[in-house]
Design a protein around this ligand. Sequence first.
Ligand SMILES: Cc1ncc(COP(=O)(O)O)c(C=O)c1O
Length: 425
Amino acid sequence: MQPLTAADLSHDRDFARALDAQDGLAPLRGRFALPLRRPDDIYFVGNSLGPMPHAARTLVLEELEDWSRLGVAGHMGARRPWYSYHEQLRAPLARLVGAREHEVVAMNSLTANLHLLMTTFYRPEGARTRLLLEKGAFPSDTYAVMSHVAARGLDPAAHVVEIAPRAGEWTIREEDIEARIAELGDTLALAMLPGVQYRTGQAFDIARLTRAAHAVGARCGWDLAHAAGNLALDLHGSGADFAVWCSYKYVNSGPGAVAGAFIHERHVRDTALPRHAGWWGNDPKTRFRMEERFVPTQHADAWSLSNPPILAVAPLVASLAEFDAAGIAALRAKSMRMTALLEFRLREIEGVEIITPAATHARGAQLSLYFPNNARTRYESMLAAGLACDYREPGIVRLAPAPLFNTFDEVWRAAEIVRSACATG
Ligand SMILES: Cc1ncc(COP(=O)(O)O)c(C=O)c1O
């Protein structure tokens, strides 16, 4: 699928309808339960909570049935035996984020995984104690980083360095991050960066910034909450040391869904790395010998602590199957076209400032609109008109057309709703 350039685009509704008619991914929409109050409502908040794949219900019910029928025997005898349940996630998860199977694991929540992986990859030593974070990071990341550094006996005010956009700009220039990393040099232990910034929708070049951190001998970790299931990632190729993401946004695995983590294979092989350990990280061949000594498996699973919550993981199995049916590359190609059309339609509306970068490679599905006046009122009128979107301070409305279940015609209509919301007040 070719990217859409400004020359290809049109404001004509028939143009949007024609894109839907040609869209080979269009049938996937029927595989999701879309929470629409009225048939014409538009769900553009998959970047916050993705809708339920119908198959999730079936898979959860199957696990409940197997539990009621088999009890403990379900560990080996369930339709999908619980003992090895998590293994079926490896291949689809690896395809989703561009990793090798032994580099990914589904476990815990994003913030919990961030703490676990900072234990391994933030190793302050001598003068190398600094942790670089973006200013205005998602609060949970800031809380996690500050409290983690403090728990290691260091003063966050002295050891956490925050990088912000230049005055008057919304997004952080990658060259500024590179320059800051170079300046920190051998005082930098870890750079912790977002794949896609939650407020502005800016996507960062993971390989480029990882290279910059490695060039000064630091490690680089990524929060991919807004990137997993949104961008076509190549985590292995990027060389990132680790990444964490949640599965309830673009990955559509349900509220508080089991999160994901990536650890690059060069670290996965290193069984001497410091880490928090639990029995599920032990080599499965010896796990049930119940020995005292922890023997980490040479897999990202080595960071997992406990046996997985089967009822919570089942929706992830369902959702990853939908990603596999489409392929993340095809989804990203459609997503770029949808967001290009949305941007084209919004650009001509007076009073709309799009703060998300215009370059396709520097953004995912989401466009963030800034309204200096009456932002909340405008947002509420969009909601009332049936456009599900969300609001973030200061005065930002986020819209995210998702290629798995949204249509080009919805993109067209969403722009009309924004136009009406801007026309009032
Ligand atoms: C960028 C980012 N990081 C972290 C989180 C928090 O994740 P969790 O509550 O799943 O730990 C979110 C949640 O929306 C997020 O958007």
